[in-house]
Design a binder for this molecule. Sequence first.
Ligand code: NAP
Length: 473
Amino acid sequence: MKNLLYIDGKWTGENLDKIPVYNPATGDLVSEVPKGGKEEATQAVEAASNAFEEWSNLTAYDRARLLKKYYDLMIENQDELAEIMTKEMGKPLAEAKGEVQYAADYIEWYAEQAKRIYGETIPTHNANKRLQVWKKPVGVVAAITPWNFPAAMLTRKMGPALAAGCTVVVKPSGDTPLTAIKLVELAEEAGFPKGVINIVTGSSSEIGAVFLSDSRVRKVTFTGSTEVGKVLMRQGADTVKKLSLELGGHAPIIVLDDADVDKAVDGVIASKFRNAGQTCVCGNRIYVQSGIYDEFVEKLARRTNQLQVGNGMEEGVDIGPLINQAGVDKVDKHVQDAVKHGAKVVAGGEQPEEKGNFYKPTIIKDATPDMLIMREETFGPVAPVQKFETAEEAVKLANNTPYGLAAYVFTDNVSVGTKIIEKLDFCIIGWNDGAPSAAQAPFGGMKESGLGREGGHQGIDDFLEIQYISIGV
Ligand code: NAP
């Protein structure tokens, strides 16, 4: 692998300072990447701007063919991509393979959607006019991605942008740049023209400042924390930057008395412990109705104790390390705070012996709304459970947050489930389903969880401008 910047069809940045990339399971150095900054970001924007005309003039069918080839290369290289991901990010190898497939799905889906960017003809009010709507690519897109899904968060942006006819500059997280660089290598192999896809690693604040202030960048698409999302929003004001923001979450899981308890436990395990609890849609607080509370907590604790913690490269591991020590500290702070406020740990609750950023999968019962863990995104393998009596009470507890990304409901009563979901202020709902994400579905949040949608046929809209034409005839 080259582990360099890719700008205007050339691998570059050999002479820049380097950023180390560590394996969070072992603390070992995995590799180094160049520390790009303002200059490199500007060069990449220039390259993307120069490439835009030729790329956007290709037919949708030509762009779709290249995207399809890219998809095939991702699948051919699934094992290598997964291994790179596990080494730099920590998730178990089987999960990393799953993420590569999920990431490739976005490329395949948008290869197909490229051919379905339809305009409109509007009935006229005047016999001497014809009214039409055309769709145009927005232009150069800058994408900033997080470490928790190093492949999928990139392709969820690149897929629709490239399909729409936009050119792209990517800035991956400094913690996980290697998967992103490998994906750009595969894009080069697929044959995308020079300048269409560029990648810059390095100082996030310098690179971000170029993206938000350069008027040639017509859209910035960001996935990461709400805190940084707000900074980017402020920075983009001067150029009225078009923004998509996929930000933090604090997902509630509501389990009603009539739910199938075993299925609900499975759903909570899937939602909470995937990626060691480091996903924006992870259930972060679990509300269980009083009639099944004791049975549910007992079964959940038993299942949780069976999960294997360890290096994601080893066979049979369910829970890998957290990304860094700060992640471990935050998890432990949430657990200690809950205990201080009267909650009881019924599984886990501490770091295991091994070296690395590990935390045992943890269940806390008798949580209350004043606890930190019930108010903040934990981003770790801890599930606090709180008892409730009525569906109305559960909805009120669930909505009491500035976030609005994902929520989960477990009930077999269609009428009760429907009424609860109608009242939930969240944009993604898993109903008897702990893993609702899919390339063909619109992903995104309301409130402080963000702006815009990624995935699904809706996900390409943010990369298109609507042009309205009134024709006098
Ligand atoms: P983060 O700290 O906000 O970083 C995200 C990206 O922004 C990284 O590439 C980071 O680069 C970059 N960045 C940081 N400061 C910046 C600045 N001032 N200007 C420009 N770029 C900047 O978030 P994270 O810790 O990587 O990811 C975890 C967060 O992402 C969680 O809150 C999670 O909920 C959210 N998330 C949301 C979704 C969704 O779809 N809604 C999906 C996944 C994750 P460096 O790392 O190199 O500094």
